[in-house]
Design a protein around this ligand. Structure first.
Ligand code: ARG
Length: 479
């Protein structure tokens, strides 16, 4: 950063040109360092300029400033936008934040009219407006990323709709399922995540601009107009609340945290599945790294990092909750600490979503290993118990007991349930007949679970198509 003013001693330094009227001296060096937010809030430059232009147009339309001054301000701000985007803007820490950096530059560019821009507003409503606009953009881009992740999961689910794998509870083999079914479970989670972001977006989409410092303004401003101009649904209703509310940022971080938790669960499964002891899937060189000492290694680093991102994102949510806890009305400088956690969470969630989508597209299922794993550990025991209920009219509890005895027998013999002879089965339950073998294969087990939302291959194929309709139809608006 080019800094016009970093290491001056407190004595002799000029007071701030924008608010320093009653100040004889400048800040201590450490005061400047703790006070300045420009190093991070410069990311709000586009929102700050857009909101200032809307404000200037409104001031001119209301006759609060002249049309000429309004035009000079909006053109000057256009120039500043170009300067910033081409890297030609000199940020100054002495000017504290993005708002004052932009305004000071505007004064250099257009002179006196620049000083009229801040009529009827304050940095308190200004920063609240800018951050809402920024979070709204972040929500839209995260929504697009999640939609892309869902699209990739649905494609792979369709491809793997009939690939059998073990379904786990307690990470113990429970019942066979299909890989497609498993992938579609995440499509549901990310769909709910998109819904939470959409919900947050609806509530944040009110415009605080014009609340001024905390009490409103005596100028005849038109808050409906600036709200509309900036794409907000309406102006916020209470000026105190307008400058003190950071719910929108906290809700955003809560939605981001839950999404990150979902990402971390999938990433953890990828890590497990890639391990040689499972070997359920393989990730290509594109998503793995080697070891500097062990030549055989292929580490799923992207999955591990996606798994870890939940830590910092939940940390960001906790940070802002604790910053806001106990803050009296209306604005407190504490609230300047809202930006870094919001930016960091948004950046890292976007990265984790993109990396996860990349891995989903990249992974190759090891179908023989999945089938072998699905066949181990008596995964069709429930099917056997259900058969006893259906064919022999046994109460389920008794069938559970008989099946348990058959599992014990098979375990003792070192075979699967389907390899027990009929005589061996009848030694446990004399009424069992040869029909039982129809339900003991994992294929038959999966095929039979055709209830709505179940794992049967046909069901999964239909569910993938239904998910496409539910989540991907339309231009990508949130569900
Ligand atoms: N940089 C400040 C922030 O991020 C802007 C608002 C400052 N308001 C004030 N009254 N000092 O919160």
């Amino acid at each position: 950063m080019t800094d016009r003013n970093t290491k001056q001693p407190p004595q002799g330094q000029a007071a701030n040109a924008l608010w320093g009227g009653r100040f004889a001296a400048g800040p201590a060096e450490v005061m400047e360092r703790i006070n300045a937010s420009i190093d991070f809030d410069r990311r709000l430059y586009a929102q700050d300029i857009t909101a200032s232009q809307a404000h200037a147009r409104m001031l001119a339309a209301q006759g609060i400033i002249t049309t000429e001054d309004g035009a000079a301000i909006t053109h000057g701000l256009d120039t500043i936008l170009r300067e910033i985007e081409s890297g030609d803007f000199a940020y100054s820490r002495a000017l504290e934040d993005i708002h004052m950096n932009v305004e000071a530059r505007l004064r250099e560019l257009i002179g006196e009219p620049a000083g009229r821009l801040h009529t009827g507003r304050s940095r308190n409503d200004q920063v609240a407006t800018d951050l809402r606009l920024w979070v709204r953009d972040a929500i839209d881009s995260l929504n697009a990323g999640l939609r892309e992740l869902q699209a990739t999961l649905i494609d792979r689910a369709e491809q793997y709709a009939a690939v059998i794998m073990p379904g786990f509870t307690h990470l113990q083999t429970a019942q066979p399922v299909t890989l497609g079914h498993h992938l579609l479970a995440y499509v549901e989670m990310f769909g709910r995540d998109r819904g939470r972001f959409a919900d947050c977006r609806k509530r944040l989409n009110e415009c605080p601009l014009g609340a001024a410092a905390l009490a409103g303004t005596s100028f005849p401003i038109d808050r409906e107009r600036t709200a509309r101009d900036l794409g907000f649904d309406r102006p916020t209703a209470n000026s105190l609340d307008s400058v003190s509310d950071r719910d929108f940022a906290i809700e955003f971080l809560a939605a981001a945290s839950l999404t990150a938790v979902h990402i971390s669960r999938f990433a953890e499964e990828l890590v497990i599945w890639c391990s040689q002891n499972f070997a359920f899937v393989e990730l290509s060189d594109a998503y793995t790294t080697g070891s500097s000492i062990m030549p055989q290694k292929r580490n799923p680093d992207a999955a591990e990092l996606a798994r870890a991102k939940a830590g910092r994102i939940i940390g960001a949510m906790t940070t802002l909750l604790v910053v806001m806890k106990g803050l009296p009305m209306a604005y407190g400088k504490d609230m300047q600490e809202d930006k870094e956690p919001v930016f960091d969470a948004a950046d890292n969630l976007a990265l984790a979503i993109a990396a996860t989508a990349g891995m989903v597209a990249d992974l190759q299922a090891n179908e023989p290993a999945l089938l072998a794993a699905a066949s181990a550990g008596f995964p069709t025991a429930t099917d056997l118990a259900d058969w006893l209920v259906r064919q022999l009219n046994m109460p389920f509890r008794d069938a559970h007991h008989v099946t348990g005895a058959l599992v014990r027998l098979a375990e003792h013999e070192g075979v699967g349930l389907a390899q027990l002879s009929l005589a061996q089965m009848q030694s446990v339950e004399p009424n069992i007949n040869v029909g039982v073998y129809d339900v003991l294969s994992v294929e038959a087990s999966v095929r039979s679970r055709s209830s709505y939302g179940g794992t049967a291959m046909d069901r999964v194929a239909t569910a993938a198509e239904a998910a496409r309709q539910r989540f991907l139809a339309g231009a990508g608006e949130t569900p």
